[in-house]
Design a protein around this ligand. Structure first.
Ligand SMILES: Nc1nc2c(ncn2[C@@H]2O[C@H](COP(=O)(O)OP(=O)(O)O)[C@@H](O)[C@H]2O)c(=O)[nH]1
Ligand SMILES: [Mg+2]
Length: 389
């Protein structure tokens, strides 16, 4: 399963985002407890369920809105100089290892200083915080490289030793390959074996970019002064109000409003009379949503998965006519596959044995047989025919 990590300095709203994103009502979640522990939970990407266009009823979506699970980690707040062990330091950075992508939460309102102390909206430049996380991660990677460097350069004097392979092995945890190391070396026009510290820092920055794609989420948009918002928008920051999303999910769970995560607006449930403070709170949230086209929390998760990680949703089925599994469950599974994946890759995702015994696949929409090298598309419904059963 894909893992996203929420990172950022203290008080930018990571835990609020985490609580909101992992709070799912029974209709959305397959399991009753989506928060596994206070820092590790299940969140969802939102997509359109294929049943909608096919005139089918499936029990896995809400009126055609389908939520697919991803892991979400609320990483402890990072402070400047973490790579030197400040704050939770390296422990924090090691936590990021598990993540496929990072949601870097910043306080867009500029109401907290570089260490996370409240200073009042507009009194800190949030753009600084973007640079700082990238820098900390770069120096963390550099620190690891540096620790192994004397050994690596010694080994490099042996002709048969590949420095690219050696570096890739140091960073196995980050999923970096020898080919990627070679590509970065070429791109930066380096000679890795003879690289100086400055060049190795540059190299580390590229490694971070490759292994930990990052989406900057400007949180607290409900309190963000307009000029700051314009500046951050130009820097391609995704905006959110985690506090608004949390309030909406709570209200929806209490059946006070009708709202699905990612909806652009909500409505008050039938027969509900709001108290004056409830009404005032919801009016304020409605204004934020109108300006921002929703609260931004679901959008941030979707962008991380579909844009940063370049995933598509594919639905494996066992019966290509009824689009169900053996139990008759219609469109029972949704897999977030890397764009460019083939039916054979999907077979391996379903089960290693199914992958090993792969014979061919059927596109359930067209009923056509497709080759193992066929490239899957978003929304594909696929039957895999395998020798394994
Ligand atoms: N105005 C506003 N405040 C928020 C928002 N999200 C979080 N906060 C507040 O910011 C403070 C820090 O939030 P928290 O989630 O604990 O931050 P963390 O330290 O990054 O985990 C709390 O007082 C939250 O209520 C938001 O979207 N808007
Ligand atoms: Mg927190």
């Amino acid at each position: 399963m894909i893992t996203l990590a929420l990172a950022g300095k203290p008080n930018c709203g990571k835990s609020t985002f985490f609580k909101a994103a992992t709070m799912a009502n029974a209709e959305i979640a397959n399991y009753p407890f989506t928060t596994i522990n206070p820092n590790f939970g299940v969140a969802y990407v939102r997509t359109t369920c294929p049943c909608k266009g096919l005139d089918l009823t499936c029990g896995h979506c809400i009126d055609g809105v389908r939520f697919v699970a991803v892991n979400l980690i609320d990483v402890a707040g990072l402070v400047p100089d973490a790579h030197k062990g400040k704050g939770l330091g390296n422990q924090f950075l090691d936590n990021l290892r598990q993540a496929d992508a990072i949601l870097h939460v910043i306080d867009a309102s500029g109401g907290t200083d570089s260490e996370g102390n409240p200073v009042g909206a507009g009194n800190h430049d949030p753009s600084e915080d973007v640079k700082f996380l990238t820098y900390e991660m770069t120096m963390w990677v550099y620190g690891i490289l540096d620790k192994h460097w004397s050994r690596l350069s010694r080994q490099a004097s042996v002709k048969t030793f590949s420095i690219h392979q050696g570096i890739a092995e140091v960073f196995t945890g980050l999923g970096i390959t020898a080919d990627e190391v070679r590509e970065v070396e070429l791109k930066l026009k380096l000679d890795l074996v003879h690289a100086q510290m400055e060049e190795l820092v540059q190299f580390s920055a590229e490694m971070v970019k490759i292994s930990k794609p990052m989406l900057v989420v400007g949180n607290k948009i409900d309190e963000t002064p307009e000029p700051l918002k314009e500046k951050l928008a130009a820097e391609k920051v995704a905006f959110a109000s985690a506090a608004s999303e949390l309030a909406l999910r709570n209200a929806a769970a209490a059946k006070v409003i009708k709202y699905l995560p990612g909806d652009k607006q909500f409505s008050v449930a039938d027969g509900i009379t709001l108290s004056a403070p409830q009404k005032a709170g919801l009016v304020k949230i409605a204004e934020v949503m109108k300006k921002n086209n929703g609260t931004g929390v679901q959008d941030a998760i979707n962008r991380a998965v579909f844009e940063l990680l370049d995933r598509i949703v594919v639905y494996p089925v066992e019966d290509e006519n009824k689009l169900c599994n053996k139990q008759g469950d219609v469109l029972p599974d949704a897999f977030l596959m890397k764009r460019g994946s083939t039916p054979h890759d999907l077979a391996f995702q379903v089960h290693t044995d199914i992958g090993k015994g792969f014979l061919y696949a059927i596109d359930a929409r067209t009923k056509m047989r497709i080759k193992e090298t066929h490239i899957l598309k978003d929304g594909d419904i696929i039957k895999i025919v395998s020798a394994a059963k």
